[in-house]
Ligand binder design. Structure first.
Ligand SMILES: [Zn+2]
Length: 281
């Protein structure tokens, strides 16, 4: 299937609406099955993916304090309904708004098994909202959607403010993961999470054959543009890449331009989105 790519500025319509409409509380959006996959970037590693069957998947929701998240998405209810909530690891720029969204929609937070154990034991979420799975494990969080946890070369600490003492505590956040997300039509997305280079990226690509890779390029905490270009060109060779995890703080200096330049001529299509833009496949 040749993906149809369109970039849409999601904020444009909202800006044109009468003020009363714009301020109305966002009703849980009725999402109809379009047969297409929409991937909306909300900054850092946060995406809202609408599947061909009309399911909504949200990844790594750091929204309210994320400087890149467009204002219209800082109200968590504005995301509309959520069917599947995925978190790659416990760092705040991935985990921050996940508990609130899990409670708001009563959807399980799917993340590293040991992170979820800590989240449950600390009472951040009730046990029914923190099911556990682990690397190479697959779940079917919604009909037709298969999610497999895969390795990411990173770390994961869960910082939690103890209400009894008012002090921040560091808790074990499990091992960070990436996700292979297979949609109803077989389209596969690899959300890499935060990761440095590791040789088994080649194995993961060979085994799971992702069509689209959501790839960190910012550097310092993850791969930088040259690392990401090497992984893309030599190991993964996907049809499309959306760069992520850059520009949200001064340390994530890598840019999509640097990544594209380092990649050079390639069969991989690079889709640099601005926060609030979506790619359609
Ligand atoms: Zn991060």
């Amino acid at each position: 299937m040749k993906p149809l790519i369109r970039l849409l500025a999601a904020g444009v319509l909202a800006a044109a609406l009468p003020a009363a409409w714009a301020q109305a509380p966002a009703a849980p959006a009725a999402v109809t099955a379009t047969g297409k996959t929409e991937v909306l970037w909300l900054g850092q590693a946060a995406f809202r993916i609408t599947t061909p069957g009309g399911k909504v998947i949200v990844t790594d929701p750091w929204l309210r304090l994320n400087p890149l998240t467009p204002p219209e998405y800082k109200n968590l209810e504005a995301l509309g309904k959520i069917d599947v909530l995925l978190v790659t690891h416990a760092h705040f720029d991935h985990f921050a708004d996940a508990p609130a969204l899990a409670l708001l929609h009563q959807v399980p937070l799917h993340g590293p098994g040991d992170m979820n154990q800590a989240v449950g034991l600390l009472g951040i979420l009730p046990a029914n909202l923190v099911p556990r799975f682990n690397k190479s494990g697959s779940i079917t969080p919604a009909p037709g959607i298969k999610v497999t946890a895969v390795r990411a070369e990173h770390s994961s600490v869960l910082v939690w403010k103890n209400p009894a003492t008012g002090k921040d505590e560091a808790h074990y956040g499990g091992e960070p993961v990436g996700f292979i997300i297979e949609l109803e039509n077989g389209f596969r997305i690899w959300h890499m999470g935060d990761t440095g280079l590791f040789g088994d990226m080649r194995f993961i690509a060979e085994y799971y054959k992702p069509d689209l890779v959501l790839m960190p390029i910012g550097g310092h905490f993850t791969m930088d543009p040259a690392d990401a270009a090497y992984a893309t060109r030599e190991w993964i060779k996907p049809k499309s890449v959306i760069p992520m995890h850059y520009g949200a703080n001064p340390l994530g200096k890598g840019t999509p331009e640097q990544y594209s330049r380092a990649l050079g001529a390639s069969s991989t299509r690079v889709l640099p989105l601005k926060p609030g833009e979506k790619a359609v496949f």
